[in-house]
Structure formats: C-alpha cells, structure tokens
Design a protein. Structure first.
Lengths: 339, 324
C-alpha cells in the first residue's frame, strides 16, 4: 500500500480489530453469537456485548463449521468431528483418524459430516451413524429447509437424498466435472454447485433441467441468496454477480445483476444482509463493500483493503454486528448501525 | 509459473510397490530436523506413524471441462493442498506419495491448471524410487513404470547392493534411454540425504538451463511401439519465433498425449533473450529468461520424452523452424 493516509470507514472507526494470526476458515451464527473457525484449530465466539471467548478445539485447521441445536459442530484436519457449546464445552462426536472431516451440517438434533466418500448421519441420540456412500470424495453437503433432503456434491454431480419412511433414498443430478460447495435455493426448488472450472451449475429439482452460470475470471468460492426474488449472489468476479431465480426458468437466458463494483480485485466471499435487499462482498485484497440489489446500486465501504483475501463475512443473529475475517487472521467486529 | 516466496514446494514421490517408497517416507517423517513437512499418502494409516501432518487421500483423477482430452488433474490434491494452506503454521514442504500404478501426469498438470494451487504451492520435483533388482522387468511389463521414469527429475535407484556391476550399468542405461534429463542417485535403503530429494526446484524454468542432458546417440534397439524413449535436437542456426510457435503449438495439439515431457532452450533470431520452455503433455510453461551469458554459445536445444516419437517428424519439424 502507498503512504496516502487511508480514510477509515465508519465500521473500522467504531469496530474492534483482532489479529489472531490464524486464517479464518468459516463462521456460523449460534444463539446470539457468531462462532468463527480458524486455521489453528481454535474457535472464537463473538458476542455483541462481551469479549470474545476462545476455545482450542482441533489440531490442524478447522475445515467446516455449522450450528446445531445445542452447539457448534466442526470438522477438522485432525480427523475429529466435534460439538462445542457456547460455554466452551467440547464433545467429540466421532474420530476419523488420519482422514479429514471436510464438511459438516446440522438440522435440529440431526448432525452430519463427510469424510472421504461417505456422509455420516447421527440423529435421535443414536450412537451409530447412518452412512451414505458416494463414488468420489465429497465436495459439499447441504440440508434443505425442512431437514428432509440432503444434497451431496462430488465428481460428476449431486446426489440428492430424501428421507422416506425412515430410509434415505437417493437420486442423481449428473453433470460432468468436479463439484464443490452445494446449496438449495430458499424455496427448495433448485440445487446449485460451485465447480472446479470458473462456473456454477444449477438444476431445477422437479425435472432435473440443468444449466451453467459461467463467464467468471476465477473460481467461484462463495455464494449466498438475497432479496425476495431471490437472487443467487456469487463471488469469483470483480463485482458480486447476482442471478435472478424468480419465474419458471430462473436465470436461464437472463442477464445477472452486477453490483459492488468498486473492488478492483475478484470477490472471494459474499453474504446477504438479512431482511434487506443488500449484499456484502469481500475481495481478494481484503476490501469489503455493502451494495444494493438494484440496477444502479449505491456502495458503502465496510473495510479498506488489508492485503489479505476476505474469507468470511457474518452478521450477528440480532443483526447488530458484522464480522469480517481474512486469510491472515484479521477480524473486524463492528456495530452495523449508527449508535 | 510466477515465482513467489510464499509458495510451498511440493515433491511428488512415485515408484512401484516394494521399491522403497515407504522407507523413504518414514525417513522424511522422522528426520524432520526442525522442518515441517506434510505428507499426503494413500492408505498409510496402518503404518502407525503418529503425525498430524500425514493426510490420507484417495487418488482421484478427473478430466477438466476445458476441451483438452489429456488435461486430467488430481482432484484430491486440489482439495488437500487448499486445505493445508488454511493451516496457521507455515509448512516447509509437502510430499505427495502416489501408488505404484499411478500416471504422474495428472499430478504435474494439477499445478498448471488450478490457479489456487499455483498461487500457493509449486511443483518442486518428481522423485521416482526404483528397485535396481526389478526395474528392468517392471519396465517391460507396465506402462506406468516407464512413465514414472519418464517424468522423474530424480530417480532414486534403490537396493544396489543386490545387483552386480554389469546389471547396475544396464539398469542405468535403460533409465537414461527413457529420460536423459533425470538425475540418478544410487542408494541402499533409500539412504540418500534428504536435501538431494527435497527442495530441488526442478520445475523452475531456470533449472532447464542448468541441467545438461546426456545427448545420446539414437540407438533404437529392442524397441517396440509402446516404449517410452527420448530424442533431442540441437541447432546452431537461430530459430524463427513465428515458425516455432506454429510448429510447436500444432505438435502439442496433435501429439500431446504421447509427448510426456518436453524441455528446451531456444535462440530466436533478432531476440536478445534466451527462451526456455517445459511441458507436460499439452500443457506448457515458457518465458524469456534474460539475455544469453556473454561467453556462452548461442544455440537451441530441445528434448522430447514420450511414445511413438518417431511418428511425429520431430527432426524435420524442428529443422523447418530455422530462420532463413
């Protein structure tokens, strides 16, 4: 950076900055806190009113984090699948040894994780997990809004598992290539994946009609849903690319909205502002912008460039605070509104 | 590839079952001398090494959707290298073990194709552990054994105490015929110093300038169609840049699947700089590497390692690139 004095944003002025020294690998809301997972295996809980609480959980990086009924669940490079309560109690759900626990997810009392090619499901106090097998190493897992369907992405597409009469039945959504992160649209009608190539893939679940969303200059590492339409908001380009998923055909043949255009570098993380038609976009140089979901959006600067890739943006459950984390371990924790 | 000090070097360790790879891995894990090495292995768990930097992986080769048929990559490596880069501690090196039957090309191609991998890590060298007793037989029986020699920057020729001098010389000749660029280290129990195996920077373009291959007489005895061989050419006449680009581009497009590795130093007419390239199948890395040193002879040298090289009219093609 040059010597020009950088004008701090209101969020940088009013917020606190923590230098943790470990890359931020994920974050999730739990009770009234944001729980952040780090590359040194620790978890930190950030509350609106208290100092953060640090819990040493894994050795090696935390690869995935989700919130369950009674704590945060994490998967790590130490092969452990853990549950951590907001008062720092750590419970080991399972230990996979030298195999990483790549993905975790939860719905009410059901918790699941993936390690290698298998998904392991624990529900209803059952000690032995139910195992769902797949043909290659799993890229991502997602549970739908009702907890009845699980989407699992790997090489060659997505396997959608449905719970019918207490049995998990699978159906395959095929598309050549390696699929990473997977998610359901908020109405449960679409599946979306990020791909090894610089594009996303989507299927309409009803008839398996599928389409690609491409044209990105880099890999798409993050997506979220925003607005009432809703829009699928994606990282991977110099702007936040927002695909309209309203109507019968979704974004097929339509142009996306391009917002948050002041970033200069490719976006690496996107998050919506719940209840508003607005999106946060974090960029490769550490800059974070808030932008409106509209043709002519106004942008608000949240964070100036830090020099490190933004790896997480989270909003506290009461919408009072924003957390920005980067790949070098800097955290910005700031009130979201004028006090 | 961009030089970046924060790129962690990755050594690929290949070799047939029983050649001594496990012995070498055990040494790397136990003789760390204050360095931090992560080791990506296949089904290593039962060896009982208690180390949080041992990562179990399944070798998953997949095709990229970029229209290039030989552009296969190792999906598990993209995932695991990405994961290791999330660690808070800095790794000094990463070692990737591949099974004896693996084709080394997808591993090497991963470093050309995936931007995140290329940003944070760099392919350091391909090290092949070979068994001096059995290599000759294995070369005759398995494609993969030839490929592992063809790709090797270093061949660790192990168990030399079990063969006599003439057999050892024969095995070395065989290796040289497949890959004149490779460095052969003779050992017993893989006892070579680790600094001769790790941190070699063999895939850096500068290294192409340093390693002089033994330019062999083309001796085509006992070869059948599927043998991996190498050919090399030298030209004292400067080449024409445009003609070379056209010929070489077309060559990789049509014969990339059979060209395992290619390397060269090129002298183009009216160009001050030396051009250096190296390729794996259809993927290639090339750039000018500064002016020719004052006292050195300016000439162009290329080496191809692959199958069916005799069908590619390589000599004629190379000759046709000479400037008028």
């Amino acid at each position: 950076m040059n010597n020009e004095s950088v004008i701090k944003s209101r969020f940088e002025e009013n917020g606190k900055v923590f230098e943790t020294g470990a890359p931020v690998t994920g974050a999730v809301s739990i009770e009234n806190a944001v729980a952040v997972g780090f590359g040194d295996g620790s978890i930190r809980f950030f509350w609106p009113d208290n100092d953060p609480l640090e819990v040493q959980a894994h050795s090696g990086a935390i690869l995935s984090i989700a919130s369950s009924n009674d704590g945060v669940i994490t998967g790590g490079q130490d092969g452990r699948f853990l549950k951590i309560s907001t008062n720092a109690e750590v419970e080991e759900i399972y230990n996979f040894g030298t195999r990483w626990v790549d993905n975790v997810a939860a719905y009410e009392s059901m918790v699941l994780c993936s390690s290698g090619k298998n998904v392991y499901i624990w529900s209803d106090e059952n000690d032995k997990p139910k195992i769902l097998e797949h043909q290659s190493t799993i890229g991502g897992i997602a549970i739908d809004q009702n907890g009845r369907r699980i989407a699992v992405s790997c090489y060659g597409g997505v396997t959608l598992w449905r719970l019918e009469k207490n049995k998990w039945k699978s159906s395959k959504f095929a598309w050549k290539g390696s699929h990473g992160k997977v998610g359901f649209s908020p109405d449960g009608k679409y599946l979306v994946t990020t791909m090894q190539e610089n594009e996303l893939h989507a299927w309409r679940i009803r008839d398996k009609a599928s389409f690609a969303m491409s044209g990105y200059p880099s890999k798409v590492k993050s997506f979220t849903w925003a607005g009432d339409n809703p829009y699928l908001v994606t990282a991977g380009a110099k702007e936040a690319i927002c695909w309209p998923f309203d109507g019968k055909e979704g974004p097929k043949g339509r142009k996306p909205l391009c917002i948050a255009s002041g970033g200069q570098q490719n976006a690496t993380f996107v998050e919506s502002l719940p209840g508003e038609k607005a999106v946060f976009a974090g960029f490769r140089n550490g800059m974070v912008l808030l932008s409106e979901l509209s043709e002519h959006p106004n942008d608000v600067l949240i964070q100036n460039p830090t020099g490190s890739e933004v790896s997480n943006i989270s909003i506290s459950p009461d919408r009072s605070h924003i957390l920005v984390g980067d790949s070098k371990g800097q955290i910005l924790w700031s009130p979201l509104w004028e006090q | 590839m961009e030089t970046n000090t924060s790129q962690v070097p990755v050594t690929v360790l290949t070799g047939f079952l029983g050649a001594g790879k496990t012995t070498l891995l055990n040494r790397i894990l136990t003789e760390q001398h204050g360095r931090r090495y992560a080791v990506i292995v296949n089904e290593f768990g039962e060896q009982g090494i208690d180390n949080d930097l041992v990562v179990d992986a399944d070798e998953e080769v997949f095709e990229m959707n970029n229209g290039c048929i030989c552009c296969t990559v190792r999906g598990d490596l993209i995932r695991i290298l990405g994961g290791l880069m999330k660690r808070a501690d800095q790794l000094d090196a990463i070692i990737v073990e591949t099974t004896g039957l693996a084709d080394p090309a997808p591993v090497a191609q991963t470093f050309f194709v995936d931007q995140d991998v290329a940003d944070r890590t760099k392919l350091d060298a391909i090290v092949t552990v070979a068994d001096a007793v059995h290599l000759s037989t294995q070369l005759g029986e398995h494609h993969e054994a030839e490929e592992q020699i063809a790709f090797a920057d270093v061949v660790l020729l192990n168990k030399i105490d079990l063969v006599d001098k003439s057999k050892l010389a024969g095995v070395k000749d065989r290796i040289r015929k497949i890959n004149p660029y490779t460095k052969i280290i003779e050992t017993n129990r893989c006892a070579a110093p680790l600094e001769e195996i790790l941190g070699l920077n063999a895939f850096s373009l500068d290294r192409v300038l340093e390693v002089e291959p033994d330019f062999l007489d083309s001796d085509h005895d006992h070869e059948h169609d599927d043998d991996v061989t190498s050919v090399s050419f030298v030209s004292d006449t400067p080449l024409d840049l445009e003609k070379f680009e056209k010929w070489f581009g077309n060559l990789l497009q049509t014969h990339g699947q059979n060209i395992l590795r290619s390397k060269g130093i090129l002298d183009f007419k009216n160009e001050k700089d030396r051009y250096v390239f190296q390729g794996v199948h259809m993927l290639m890395d090339a750039s000018p590497m500064g002016p020719w040193p004052e006292k050195s002879i300016r000439n162009s040298r290329v080496v191809f390692i692959g199958r069916k090289l005799e069908t590619m009219n390589l000599k004629e093609g190379f000759e046709s690139c000479k400037s008028d």
